[in-house]
Design a protein around this ligand. Structure first.
Ligand code: HEC
Length: 93
């Protein structure tokens, strides 16, 4: 019985932590509006911060292309270019 009580309390304490997804604030710059408008539709913008140490301009360009071609992100050519430029300038290696 005691174990069950402890387990229930542990679950209640853990729950709010799971629900708490912080709002991601990306660096200000030209193109940020397009990133926020297009890149958060399917997953958190934290993906951009997490990949920042690994991707240069070429890598970000490929990443944006992959989101469009492989995952079907509805982003036009002009916006994709602006987004890749923003990512390379602010989150590129
Ligand atoms: C149509 C849905 C969709 C949109 C819109 C989208 N992504 Fe993704 N993204 C995915 C999927 C699916 C994955 C891989 C599965 C996962 O990890 O969630 C992914 C993964 C990623 C990753 C992790 C590395 C990788 O390649 O798996 C990064 C970085 C990323 N996306 C960046 C972006 C950026 C930047 C944009 C805006 C240009 C964007 N995404 C828009 C669906 C999308």
């Amino acid at each position: 019985m005691r174990t069950i009580v402890v387990a229930v309390i542990a679950a209640l304490v853990a729950l709010p932590a799971l629900a708490d997804e912080p709002t991601i604030q990306l660096k200000p710059g030209p193109g940020l509006d397009k990133v926020e408008g297009n890149c958060g539709a399917c997953h958190s913008l934290v993906y951009i911060q997490m990949n920042s140490p690994f991707l240069n301009a070429v890598g970000w360009n490929a990443e944006v292309t992959k989101m469009i071609k492989a995952f079907g992100a509805p982003i036009g050519d002009a916006d994709a270019k602006d987004i890749a430029a923003y990512l390379a300038a602010n989150y590129g290696t």
